[in-house]
Ligand binder design. Structure first.
Ligand SMILES: [Fe+2]
Length: 312
């Protein structure tokens, strides 16, 4: 039989929120308190278990530094990052689908020219990636910025490797007058997320593998358009169905075609054998998502009013 405090405490905590608190903050705080309290009522943790949880979150914070982001990783492996992505990018299907930013994005990647090599000096299987950046009406977007990052052929990002300076296997480049981009790199490989921290411990206790399917990261932006943060995944990767961060969407799986043609390789500035992939990114005008959400809300209100009047 629950005691009185178990029943009344949630409302008592919420009642302490100041009336003048900013409305959005107030809504978030109320929901957080309710869900956390419901979680405790549901699980009924022992005091030792609750202290374990506090120690786990403390260790997660202590694992973070300017190169390691254990909280993003935790959010990723629990599926929270993809859920946040989903509620923020309700695509109508006309735009490129989004996926997680991940913990390895770094500001200030070096700019390379269109067609340049973002993997200069790194061993791996040569790859050539090209495509266009378009608006939802199919108009090419010249000068669109692509921010790219990827792991090396052993599945490590530069920030995980000592003495790389943290600016390698990363590049920024801009589309040409026809909205086209192209760059050379190495074929990405599947890799495990870092397991030497608290996130590794919980993956282990859940009985889950830590692997991500091979992918290239893209952040594509153009003035007046919504930025797209996404990946291109390598078709055929064995981890596409079980990505540890739940980031795979079918529309982002791309064929990296293997070619042994020296002539084709030369055109791309590479030597055979090499892999090539092509993809067009589609951006929607900034504010389109808000308009779409407002239209959906308005439709929902109208259909609710219709249902109400049909009943009457
Ligand atoms: Fe990645």
């Amino acid at each position: 039989m629950p005691n009185e405090l178990e029943v009344t405490l949630t409302d008592a905590v919420i009642a302490r929120l100041a009336d003048g608190a900013e409305p959005r903050f107030r809504r978030i705080a109320q929901s957080l308190i309710r869900h956390l309290h419901d979680f405790v009522r549901d699980v009924e943790p022992t005091e030792e278990e609750w202290f374990e949880a506090i120690k786990f979150l403390t260790a997660t914070g202590q694992k973070c530094d300017d190169k390691r982001q254990e909280f993003i990783l935790l959010s990723d492996v629990l599926g929270v990052s993809m859920l946040v992505d989903a509620v923020n990018h309700r695509s109508s299907g006309a735009t490129t689908e989004t996926t997680v930013l991940g913990p390895f994005f770094v500001h200030g990647a070096p700019e390379i020219e269109n067609g340049g090599d973002m993997a200069a000096g790194w061993p791996g299987e040569p790859a050539y990636v090209s495509g266009r950046v378009l608006s939802t009406e199919g108009r090419p977007l010249p000068g669109a910025l692509l921010d790219l990052w990827q792991s090396n052929s052993e599945g490590n990002y530069d920030v995980q490797i000592a003495d790389t300076g943290g600016k390698q296997l990363r590049a920024k480049l801009r589309t040409d007058a026809d909205g086209c981009f192209r760059f050379r790199t190495i074929l990405p490989t599947s890799y495990p997320v870092p397991t030497d921290g608290p996130v590794g411990l919980i993956l282990n206790r859940m009985g889950r593998h830590p692997m991500r399917p091979a992918h290239l990261h893209f952040m594509v932006s153009a003035p007046g358009y919504e930025t797209v943060v996404t990946h291109l995944f390598v078709k055929g990767d064995p981890y596409l169905e079980s990505d540890v961060v739940f980031g795979v969407k079918d529309s982002l799986v791309v064929d990296f075609r293997r070619s042994e043609s020296q002539a084709e390789a030369q055109k791309a500035g590479l030597t055979a054998p090499f892999y090539s992939a092509s993809y067009d990114f589609v951006l929607r005008p900034a504010g389109a998502a808000k308009q779409q959400a407002a239209r959906a809300a308005s439709d929902a209100v109208q259909s609710s009013v219709r249902r109400q009047s049909e009943k009457e």
